[in-house]
Design a protein around this ligand. Structure first.
Ligand SMILES: [Zn+2]
Length: 225
């Protein structure tokens, strides 16, 4: 299915912020690159993204907020109408200015998405140009029992223009989560209220990624010492 809107300007011309969609940002200061920042601080600079959040790809808002916690910066573009599908701008075209500005001020990113799987698909596909972080996320998810593969096709996310790679390093990670798994994360996947009640599987998924990111920050700090 092709997108109704090819960029944010087009979407903005036909939809109202606060009515049709909302944007949520959180800058965790130690995670934000700025002039004079030390190598150690730069190493911890990661932003969690949900550019198809809210009702567009359900479950990604809840996952992104929980993975970010109080440690990592956050950007969400959430669909809040009944007709969320039209608010999908593909990752290589996603150019909402607050997002691009934030992303370029972080060293790496983790961009969360939802897909509707075919029978041969695993639960999770990881992609993106941050090869080291991608491998660590893959093994941590697999160690926690999530069927995960690195995708080399449709979800490879290796284009420089993919929002996950528009960081200061030109690298990031994209995580595509099957609907079959997202439905297991919540007591009731189908409504925002229902998604307030998360399951043990949700906690395990969030923890696997958070631990990877926290360890990765430590590893990079060692590297810079
Ligand atoms: Zn998506």
């Amino acid at each position: 299915m092709t997108d109704r809107f090819q960029n944010y300007r087009e979407l903005q011309g036909a939809n109202l912020e606060g009515i049709d969609y909302r944007i949520e940002t959180a800058i965790r200061s130690r995670n934000h690159e700025s002039i004079g920042q030390s190598a150690l601080e730069r190493a911890k600079s990661i932003i969690i993204l949900g550019v198809h959040a809210g009702g567009i790809e359900p479950g990604t808002s809840e996952l992104a907020r929980s993975i970010a916690g109080e440690d990592f910066s956050l950007y969400l573009f959430e669909g809040i109408t009944g007709n969320n599908k039209v608010l999908h701008i593909t990752s290589t075209h996603f150019d909402e200015p607050r997002c691009t500005e934030l992303v370029k001020n972080h060293h790496s990113s983790v961009s969360l998405h939802g897909f509707i799987e075919s029978p041969s698909d695993p639960c999770v596909y990881v992609g993106g140009k941050d090869i080291g972080l991608k491998q660590q996320i893959l093994s941590n998810l697999m160690n926690n029992g999530f069927s995960t593969e690195i995708n080399t096709g449709k979800y490879a996310a290796t284009a420089a223009g993919n929002i996950c790679n528009r960081t200061s390093s030109g690298q990031g990670v994209q995580i595509e989560i099957a609907k079959g798994l997202r439905t297991q994360f919540f007591e009731d996947y189908s409504s925002r209220r229902g998604r307030e009640n998360t399951t043990a599987s949700f906690e395990s998924f969030v923890k696997a990624i958070r631990n990877t990111l926290l360890n990765d920050s430590l590893g990079r700090q060692d590297h810079y010492r």
